[in-house]
Design a protein around this ligand. Structure first.
Ligand code: NAD
Length: 364
């Protein structure tokens, strides 16, 4: 199969982790006889520096002409004072919208080898396997009007949280369909005691749920869901929520399973999927070669599964990641007292090697 991708590595640690993700992808493509074709394009701060546009037309065209897009991360303190449309994040938000990627899937899976990395006791975190299904194109991140107006000292800021029934219905369907392939539980997270958006959300999700009698649907307010996530993470299956709540809860889920650097994501729903680690550009560690590339590498597994239906290939990458962690490979974010960290590149090399050796076993 031809795997035609655009890689938009972006800023900070984005290029560092994307390089390792592509290494794993090349190893799997070689092993399974696929042809990998990757075009590299700038986005975010890198694109602002080059063209004063966080999503240049050339980048967007390349993404729209691909079968899938692999993103590193965007964001840099250098652009903190820029107006909203000239910030790196504006490029990513626009790309998601242009791709019609309304469903953001963020798995948070506990790796037995990393039990000592979780801040939670082993008996609590063991068995955690959560799929956060986050609505990605609505809510406060996109709602209009938005502004900061007035004179210094008396300015007023406005954001608008907005959801239409159709937007809620389509993301709910994604969550229920995915739950059917898992433990058949959906927990819908909202703030229906305070927000109108959440009241409509709860009503529509309940209605959609009636079409899935085999799936157990529950509702939880976001504040209490945040608490449950640390108290009983292993009881979650699919967590369905709106854009901002999902953004926050998925970072928390990353902390629960050991590191934000482990978390992968897929943004689907449109014709072209967008795959990226959950973490940001991490300016505090950028350029040091110490970032954890596993979130990016696991995003490639999601890309193979969701954009190309290559489940065996995706599984091969996931098993390779488990294998290197079981062998004790740890980047700096995962090391505990007495353990020596390995670099981003070394972690990537070991995963690619594990992919290749699985292939050798398969064909032996
Ligand atoms: P961040 O996710 O970049 O970093 C949070 C903390 O986690 C930092 O201490 C960082 O060093 C650590 N971390 C993150 N990824 C890691 C990895 N792979 N390995 C090891 N440690 C890792 O979030 P932030 O600091 O709040 O934001 C930094 C920039 O990233 C901002 O400009 C923000 O807007 C942007 N951002 C972008 C995305 C995206 O591109 N999808 C997502 C979140 C934040």
């Amino acid at each position: 199969m031809l795997l035609k991708l655009t890689a938009v590595a972006g800023d900070g640690i984005g290029p560092e982790v994307t390089e390792q993700a592509l290494l794993a992808l090349q190893a799997v493509a070689d092993g399974f006889d696929h042809q990998l074709q990757v075009q590299h394009k700038p986005i975010g701060g890198a694109a602002l520096t080059a063209t004063n546009d966080p999503l240049p037309p050339d980048t967007l065209q390349a993404c729209l002409a691909s079968s899938a897009v692999l993103l590193g991360a965007v964001g840099s303190p250098a652009f903190d004072q820029n107006p909203p449309h000239l910030r790196p994040e504006a490029g990513l938000l626009r790309l998601r919208r242009e791709l019609g990627a309304y469903a953001n899937l963020r798995p948070a899976v506990f790796f037995p080898a990393l039990e000592d990395c979780s801040p939670l006791r082993g008996e609590i975190v063991r068995g955690t396997d959560i799929l956060i299904v986050r609505e990605l194109l609505g809510g406060a991140y996109f709602g209009q009007p938005r502004s900061i107006e007035g004179n210094p000292g008396s300015r007023v800021a406005v954001n608008t949280m907005r959801y239409g029934e159709d937007e809620i219905e389509r993301i709910a369907r994604v969550a229920f369909e995915l739950a059917m392939t898992r433990k058949r539980k959906v927990l819908s997270v909202d703030k229906a005691n305070v927000l109108e958006c959440s009241r409509l959300w709860r009503e529509v999700v309940t209605r959609v749920g009636k079409n899935y009698p085999d799936v157990k649907l529950g509702h939880q307010y976001v504040d209490s869901a945040a608490m449950l996530l640390v108290q009983r993470p292993a009881e979650f299956d699919v967590l369905l929520t709106e854009n901002m709540f999902g953004d926050i809860l998925s970072d928390q889920a990353g902390g629960v399973v050991g590191s934000l650097g482990l978390l992968a994501s897929a943004s689907i729903g449109g014709p072209i999927g967008l795959y990226e680690p959950v973490h940001g550009s991490a300016p505090d560690i950028a350029g040091k070669g110490i970032a954890n590339p596993l979130g990016a590498i696991l995003s490639v597994a999601m890309l193979l599964r969701h954009s190309f239906q290559l489940n065996a290939e995706a599984g091969c990458i996931e098993r390779a990641v488990s294998a290197v962690l079981s062998q004790g490979a740890r980047t700096a974010d995962l090391v505990r007292k007495g353990q020596a960290p390995i670099s981003t590149a070394e972690m990537g090399r070991r995963v690619a090697e594990a992919v290749t050796s699985q292939q050798a076993e398969r064909t032996a």
